[in-house]
Design a protein around this ligand. Structure first.
Ligand code: URA
Length: 222
């Protein structure tokens, strides 16, 4: 409904009427309360701080750095690996060692820049000696990954390797069976592929891996 517009004469008459009724002042309208929600970078910073202080498993005792993420919080594509290795633990950045360098090349082959994607791991702390993460460590750390996905809201997730695939889809999945398929996690399409460390050991698997990345590119272009 349109609010009535008073002419200056009738407005004056109305104020005089109010005054005659004993109303000497008109309260100022309250300012609407605007609650701005924090942006993605702020939310991720807070989450990273939470991860740094997390004591749900014992990996914090042996790590150098908690390795939270790299890349853009606005990324359309998220890569999820297993856990930091030695180089990552030292530098505090995921995928910077030999496997990380291959991942960077894979990203570039997709005509993307590393800075434009979001890179993280299931575990935020390095398991000593790069051993496979235990199911308890995975369960303790998974809420951080779920929250990262919820905040970044990528259009596509590319899961790297068996451990990350099991982290998202359960211990029964086999990366060789599910790679190259389109799966779903938290309503987001997920393409699992081989871990770059596996590709370094098994270069012949690069052909399949490239097919998976091409599928990711196709989904991103849709
Ligand atoms: N392997 C991973 O899974 N993640 C890293 O960050 C480095 C190596």
């Amino acid at each position: 409904m349109k609010s009535p517009v008073l002419s200056s004469n009738s407005a004056m008459a109305y104020l005089q009427h109010l005054n005659a009724m004993g109303v000497s002042s008109v309260p100022k309208p309250l300012k609407p309360v605007v609650t701005e929600s924090p942006d993605k970078d702020t939310l991720l910073k807070e989450l990273a701080q939470e991860a740094r202080s997390c004591r749900k498993c014992s990996l914090y005792k042996t790590r150098t750095h908690c390795v939270f993420s790299d890349g853009s919080s606005d990324a359309e594509l998220m890569f999820i690996g297993e856990a930091p290795g030695r180089d990552e633990d030292v530098q505090g950045v995921p995928f910077v060692g030999a496997a990380g360098q291959l991942l960077t090349k894979m990203i570039q082959a997709m005509k993307l820049k590393r800075a434009d994607v979001y890179i993280c791991n299931v575990l935020k702390d390095r398991p000593p000696g790069n051993r496979t993460p235990s199911p308890e460590e995975m369960a303790a750390c998974l809420p951080f990954l779920e929250k990262q996905i919820e905040i970044v809201q990528p259009r596509i997730i590319c899961v790297l390797g068996s451990v990350a695939a099991k982290g998202l889809f359960g211990p029964q999945v086999s990366i060789t069976r599910i790679r190259g398929q389109i799966m779903e996690f938290q309503g987001i399409r997920v393409v699992p592929t081989f871990h770059p460390a596996y590709l370094l050991r098994n270069p012949s698997a690069k052909t399949d891996s490239w097919k998976d990345l091409q599928l990711v590119m196709k989904l991103l272009a849709e």
